[in-house]
Design a protein around this ligand. Sequence first.
Ligand SMILES: Cc1ncc(C[n+]2csc(CCOP(=O)(O)OP(=O)(O)O)c2C)c(N)n1
Ligand code: SF4
Ligand SMILES: [Mg+2]
Length: 339
Amino acid sequence: MPSTQNNFERTIVRTAFMLSKKGMIKMAYNLKEYAKKPERLSPGHRMCAGCGAPPVVRAILRGLHPEDHAVIGSATGCLEVCTYIYPYTAWEDSFIHSAFENAGATVSGAEAAYAAMKKKGTLPTDKETKFIAFGGDGGTYDIGFQSLSGAMERGHDMVYVCYDNGAYMNTGIQRSSATPKYADTTTTPAGSVKPGKLQFRKDLTMVMANHHLPYVAQTAAIGNFSDITTKAEKALYTEGPCFINCLAPCPRGWGYKTEDLMQINKMAVETRFWPLYEVVDGKYTINYIPKENVPVSEFLKLQKRFKHLFKPGNEWMLEDIQAEVDKRWEELLHLAEMK
Ligand SMILES: Cc1ncc(C[n+]2csc(CCOP(=O)(O)OP(=O)(O)O)c2C)c(N)n1
Ligand code: SF4
Ligand SMILES: [Mg+2]
């Protein structure tokens, strides 16, 4: 796919081809068709206004073909707590509330059970069921990492989707290994003693790419949503274990106004803080190359958790973050054989 030059924000119809174990699959993204697809995460869930997670989940679920059923599991976290308050559910598909640390194992178990029942003849074999695990960054980068890594290594036919809001939001904004350096969180308060979190964020997408999976992608809900939905469809209809990492800003933890969600998503990508790329059978493709070199400060200045970086005398923190963003972008260019 000649994707490096794509400007998905202007592209309404996009066609993608990919090779799976089942052969060549043709996929099309069409905004009008996308809008007509039934909602599989219904309105009325209780996530905060301006939360980045619901658009991510809806876009991922729109990657499902309407005739297919899904078994979805979510690790404990904001998404699970706010969408599944017994006896209510916002999920149109089958839903399992998994513990915080084992969404990968839970969903891989469901996938294995369906396969066994189909073999025994207790489930019809002509119906397609897809298996999706959702986890926050805490539940994925940290506490659920062994469970995710194990499920992927065992080769289950499932998709693990991390919605990354960069902290343990549901329990009060504690830092995780996905939290960016210098972010002000409740466990890394920025003040006269420390300048916020002291470490750079773990690059989980790269870690998962090194599991040598058939499909790994990093995406965000921006523009006309073609990037995220196309990647979801690819992951869902590629046989084997697939992983998608989605940026999911949080107005409470990041400190932005409800209406700024889309701008924040956009600036994360434009500044190369959150590059859009995919790895298909080991081949890296960057899906969007920003036209201009926008400094990362344009993304950071929109968020209260970084407000101390803009105080006189703290320019070194901005320089430190910019250097890391540049370094990781260069590495990605090399992996995509663009340098
Ligand atoms: C074993 C265990 N430890 C701690 C908790 C408490 N807990 C519930 S949700 C959560 C934070 C989840 O963070 P993340 O996965 O990033 O999802 P978010 O809330 O940010 O969406 C924590 C610490 C728990 N449920 N189980
Ligand atoms: S606290 Fe943050 S992640 Fe949780 S529902 Fe609210 S905006 Fe979303
Ligand atoms: Mg989180």
